[in-house]
Design a protein around this ligand. Structure first.
Ligand SMILES: Cc1cc2nc3c(=O)[nH]c(=O)nc-3n(C[C@H](O)[C@H](O)[C@H](O)COP(=O)(O)OP(=O)(O)OC[C@H]3O[C@@H](n4cnc5c(N)ncnc54)[C@H](O)[C@@H]3O)c2cc1C
Length: 415
């Protein structure tokens, strides 16, 4: 693997950049692996990466039906934060956020982590109480957040109109080390790390069947043939339900489309992330200058990866109340991804009814931020066959036992 550095960049500049090696290999599949991970999104790649890095398991294949990072990982709006309510959530999301702090150095790849700070706006008295409560919980959990009054919000985000026509801004929950990162780069960096450890990333290789014998997994059927494995990790977001069905069990998730859009680029004017649950929209400015805008998920189960006019209208209308300048901008692109929603808005990292099949899903509308932490926890579950402290609260059993990790308020406008 090339080591990326300023010296390597200078050397390649002299050679007209002809000497770079491929960032990851594209091998043909072997007949058998110790572990197969289904899904080369961020969570699948992070699971594989930490299997190698933390547990020394490198005979691993990551099978991807499309292209690497082409699912939700390459379609999200890249918000990273850890200001959730429950202790179990704060633990895994803060682990993840802290791994993001040094991910570029760890992977020798610039993932453009930008801890620019995030405002969750309180626009009703209910939200004021809710965010104050989260701030208190975060204080006990070791997550640095504070509650800001409107004047402080105005100082952080002068471009925002705090006296909107319907819902004035009454305050905000502020997480100063929350922010964004480049989504593709996270997938590419992890893929490069996996490939460097000798793992096989096999794209355009959908899993179409799952084989088991005596209640334990034995391999997967793919369009490139049958591939055997000792352990199988299903990490396929909105398609997890389909894969579980192939293995003979059901998951308590619903797959729905979540949409986003970006405007034409403008000069830097917004250097924090703003989320507004009540009007139902959120916004940040990308390094290129585009306004990155999103809102709520579709209200019906579907597998479309497209945008809809209704969503543009609803989300832009909501945000214009606080950012009137948006009405002058042309929107450039809109898209959708298929997200996997659980009833308590928390993920599933769990053993399953089939021995040695593990599942990592249910991140719903907010799993980009969780990629490194989820990979860390999932790799431990797969390597040891039992969850560690990070993953334990997120087992499938919680739905049977009523031990929900309720994040309906903190999940808010989705991310
Ligand atoms: C519009 C939008 C905005 C979002 N914004 C944010 C945000 O701001 N912050 C945040 O934290 N999260 C956000 N999210 C959520 C986040 O993107 C996801 O939770 C996260 O990317 C999930 O990653 P993943 O690796 O589990 O799934 P994915 O990236 O979807 O990867 C799963 C992979 O599995 C593959 N696959 C499926 N079936 C098969 C099969 N049978 N065989 C082989 N491969 C298969 C798919 O092709 C896909 O590549 C957003 C999502 C969307 C759609």
């Amino acid at each position: 693997m090339d080591r990326y550095s300023v010296f390597a960049l200078a050397r390649e500049a002299i050679r007209n950049h002809r000497g770079w090696n491929r960032a990851w290999e594209s091998p043909a599949p072997d007949r058998h692996y110790d572990v197969i991970v289904v899904g080369a999104g961020g969570h699948g790649l992070a699971t594989a990466y930490y299997l190698g890095k933390n547990h020394g398991i490198t005979n691993v294949a990551i099978l991807e039906k499309g292209w690497l990072g082409g699912g939700n990982t390459g379609r999200n709006t890249t918000i990273i934060r850890s200001n959730y309510l429950q202790d179990a959530s704060a633990a895994i999301y803060e682990k993840s956020r802290s791994l993001y702090e040094t991910l570029s150095q760890d992977l020798n790849y610039n993932v453009m982590f930008s801890p620019r700070g995030l405002l969750n706006l309180a626009q009703t008295h209910h939200e004021v109480r809710g965010y104050r409560r989260i701030m208190s919980a975060n204080g006990l959990q070791g997550v640095a957040t504070s509650y800001l009054e409107p004047d402080a919000v105005r100082k952080l985000c002068p471009v925002m109109n705090l006296n909107g026509p319907r819902y004035p801004v009454l305050g905000a929950l502020w997480q100063p080390r929350a922010g964004t990162a480049r989504h593709d780069a996270v997938a590419w960096a992890l893929a490069r790390g996996c490939s460097a450890m000798g793992m096989h990333i096999i794209e355009t290789c959908p899993v179409i069947g799952i084989r088991s014998a005596d209640g334990a997994v034995s391999g997967v059927e793919t369009t490139k043939g049958l591939i055997g494995c000792n352990k199988l990790a299903l990490v396929a977001a909105g398609h997890s339900g389909t894969l579980a069905e192939m293995a003979g069990f059901r998951l308590p998730i619903e797959s729905v489309a979540l949409q986003a859009l970006v405007s034409e680029p403008v000069k830097p004017c917004l250097d924090v992330v703003v989320m507004a649950n009540t009007v139902h929209g959120y916004i940040s400015q990308s390094d290129k200058g585009e306004m990155v805008i999103g809102g709520g998920a579709d209200q019906y189960v579907n597998y479309t990866q497209r945008g809809s006019f209704q969503h543009i209208e609803e989300t832009v209308r909501a945000l214009i109340e606080m950012f009137p300048f948006l009405s002058n901008l042309t929107m450039l692109r809109q898209w959708g991804g298929i997200v996997d929603m659980t009833g308590d808005r928390s993920p599933i990292l769990s053993k399953t009814p089939v021995d040695n099949i593990f599942v990592n899903c249910g991140w719903g509308t907010g799993g980009f931020k969780a990629i490194p932490g989820s990979g860390w926890a999932m790799s431990e579950l797969v390597a040891k066959g039992e969850p560690g402290t990070l993953a334990a609260p997120f087992s499938l059993n919680r739905f049977r036992e009523g031990m929900y990790v309720d994040e309906n308020l903190a999940a808010g406008v989705a991310h």
